[in-house]
Design a protein around this ligand. Structure first.
Ligand code: ATP
Ligand code: MG
Length: 382
């Protein structure tokens, strides 16, 4: 039987873990708009990030990610709109009063300062007592596992080590929010993965609310509680990684996140709650969707390569097609398959060892893996 002391320590450790998870702060962006001269860089940004949440801003170059971080941190005032931390407007606060830590893409360490001094910098600036600075820097060095390099200068560190110093420096002042602007872009693939895992763990332990800017979709998918997918100054979708992938809200999201085939289709009828669509090449598909289907307009059907099934026999709802190229990729095989003179699709299937790939020129019939394994958009929408 467990002793009272053991039970107590279990309860308190659970309680403190829970406290860590909820010790973060919330951020609300309300109708944020920003213009650089005539150029609208951000247009009506509305999101609320929960305490302790890890959110990625994902979008192509120039879509406004860094601009949004600069606005949150207070280095740039938005043309209009409101920013609240824990429900309180922060417009009147200077950057150093907002409790927002930033890790820039290039880490921006002070080259003439040791690792220790870099981490202590923000605490000294806040005039924290010397003893507390020493404790805090020690704690941070332990957290990022760089205690043995405390006396080194940035030029004597690897990229990954410099990055950990930058993160330790940002976390040392116990920010309410941590903003990370493409912090992994200079790292090679393996180190990048190690750092992604480490930082996710670190922030989770500390219960810090964090926003990561990236244009790497795998990074966003693997690290985030939720992703805001941005294009041309607007947020197209703010949702969990799985929903973003499975239920893209717009055509842009369907093609920007993961690979997607976009087929020009027409509505030809309804079968109960399902919609019958005509695809290029004359094939028909029956799909199920929760979104409204505009029946009198050209439509775009988005289907991910893994959501097709390749059959050798025709069925009621399938796309007759001809295999053009087979590309074996280890665990999967990707085919390029022509369904009409001007329309090819990519189809990915699991690859079974010893099973030969389909030959170019083979006639096949493509079916949907499930009536819901697709998304439908009005063709003229973004
Ligand atoms: N100070 C500025 N003056 C004028 N235009 C600017 C300024 N800063 C950014 N822009 C413009 O605003 C748009 C958004 O820029 P931003 O830096 O936010 O993009 P980003 O999404 O961070 O891109 P990247 O992935 O390339 O870093 C771009 O078109 C950019 O040229
Ligand atoms: Mg940027």
């Amino acid at each position: 039987m467990e002793s009272v002391e053991q039970l107590h320590s279990q309860v308190t450790s659970v309680a403190s873990a829970t406290a860590a998870r909820h010790s973060g702060h919330s951020l609300t962006l309300d109708q944020i708009m920003h213009r650089f001269g005539a150029m609208l860089a951000l247009n009506n940004i509305n999101i609320t990030i929960e305490p302790g949440e890890f959110v990625s801003l994902l979008g192509p170059s120039g879509c406004g990610k860094t601009t949004l971080l600069r606005i949150i941190s207070g280095f740039l005032n938005p043309s209009s709109g409101q920013i609240c931390i824990d429900g309180q407007p922060v417009a009147s606060l200077l950057p150093n009063q907002r409790g927002v830590g930033i890790v820039f893409q290039n880490y921006a360490l002070f080259p003439h300062m040791s690792v220790w001094d870099n981490i202590a910098y923000g605490l000294r600036a806040k005039k924290v007592a010397r003893g507390r600075i020493s404790n805090k820097v020690g704690e941070m060095l332990e957290l990022v596992q760089l205690g043995h390099l405390a006396k080194r200068y940035p030029s004597e560190l690897s990229g990954g080590q410099q990055q950990r110093v930058a993160i330790a420096r940002a976390l040392a002042v116990e920010p309410k929010l941590l903003l990370l602007d493409e912090p992994f872009s200079a790292l090679d693939k393996n180190l990048r993965l190690d750092m992604q895992i480490e930082i996710r763990r670190l922030l989770h332990e500390q219960g810090v609310t964090a926003i990561l800017v990236t244009h790497d979709q795998e990074e966003a998918m693997s690290m985030s509680d939720r992703i805001a997918v941005m294009s041309q100054g607007t947020i197209h979708q703010f949702d969990t990684p799985t929903n973003i992938y499975d239920r893209p809200a717009t055509r842009f999201v369907s093609t920007f996140v993961g690979t997607c085939n976009l087929l020009a289709v027409n509505f030809i009828g309804q079968d109960g709650d399902d919609y019958l669509l005509q695809a290029p090449g004359g094939g028909r598909l029956l799909i199920s969707t929760d979104t409204d289907v505009p029946q009198d307009r050209p439509l775009s059907l988005a289907i991910r390569p893994e959501n097709f099934r390749i059959k050798t026999q025709a069925s009621t709802h399938c796309l007759p097609a001809i295999v053009e190229i087979a590309i074996p990729l280890g665990a999967v095989i990707t085919y390029e398959i022509r369904i009409a003179p001007d329309t090819k699709v990519k189809v990915t299937q699991p690859r079974i060892a010893g099973t030969p790939a389909l030959e170019p020129g083979t006639t096949v019939y493509l079916e949907l893996a499930s009536a819901r394994a697709c998304s439908l958009f009005a063709a003229q929408d973004a």
